[in-house]
Design a binder for this molecule. Sequence first.
Ligand SMILES: [Zn+2]
Length: 424
Amino acid sequence: MKFGHEILKQADLLATFTEDAPRVTRTYLSKEHKLAGDYLIGLMRDAGMTADYDAFGNIVGRYDAGVPFAPIVMTGSHQDSVRNAGKYDGLFGILSPIACVKELNRQGKRLPYTLEIVGFGDEEGVRFGVTLIGSKAMSGNFDPVWLEKKDATGVTMREAINAFGGNADAWRELDRRGEHHGEVVAFVESHIEQGPTLLNENLALGVVTAIAGATRMTVKVTGLAGHAGTVPMDVRQDALTAASEMILFVERFCRENEDLVGTVGRLSCLPGAINVIPQDVEFSVDVRSGRNEIRRSAIELIRKEFAEIAARRNVRVEANPYFELSAAPCDEGLQKQFAEAIAAQGIQVRHLPSGAGHDAMEFPKVCPIAMLFVRCGNGGISHHPSETMTADDAEVATRALLHFFENFQPNEFKPERAQRVDRG
Ligand SMILES: [Zn+2]
């Protein structure tokens, strides 16, 4: 085995750079971020790359092309983690391409493009409540008002970036859309699936079709409170039973469409007394899909159904979307190249959407994107210490990634100009 065991060993070591051992927690601009970053920079340099931190604490390694004025292919994922995380989410997408470069360098081989590997400082948003800070900065999606966001101890992002040795005011220079950094022709990310699809189909790898978009709504149902003992059942205006019907509709509707997932994760009920009919219920709805048109029409249908349920039950309903994130479709040409790289390993090619967000989703404004998914063991659990990946899967994923890099063909440049409303 060329890559698998070594990558897993590196992931084990990185897991020791944690804020709350024996659990794995590594937040943006922490001491542990520095330890993990120094280790990754060391791996990059050993593999034959130049490597250092950028102004936001992102870890950036370059394996220069064998030709002058070459385009750039970016790859990478995030070094940070959620609280009590697994060992592979994010890190695999940094370690696996480093292993590819090490192998290319061992063979004395250069690529016709510069390969850049990025370990994004923040993706999960744990410390400052803003997600994808690294990739937002690099793709021109960073809003400088976020520099004033404070962590739980009152330290602003600006202070933390500068204390880390970076330069918070240099955020504009990180934007890769400009020519001054060289033309980026693709961003590709390898990542553990964080779900059970590949596992259930006994496949080690998959090609991501799109990173799902999401719509979030707050739904307010208003009925009429009354005495639990005296108001007859047939004249009640019970906000909670109406809301229950609405919530079950979201589940049923999303279940019937394989391109949709829907979740009600929050609910409050007032007055909240055992002997009073519920009057004011508020709940959240989160609907996601890899396809924008399916998500949008689902939201319309759900709101229409809510209105009908409310009318039938003599309560009022307000269902207002307050957050919308466009799906980030993966480039067809790059998907094909990943499919070939997977087939070259003797693995049946499976396409699947990503329900979770990833660094790659910030890049469609810069260049075409693509993602390779690697099987997630233990029922597909992630954001949890039980997250697993086998050495065999790490091996075959790295071989496929190397095949992709060695055979990469740039596509016609088609930036996506999708509007995003409130990134929340
Ligand atoms: Zn991740």
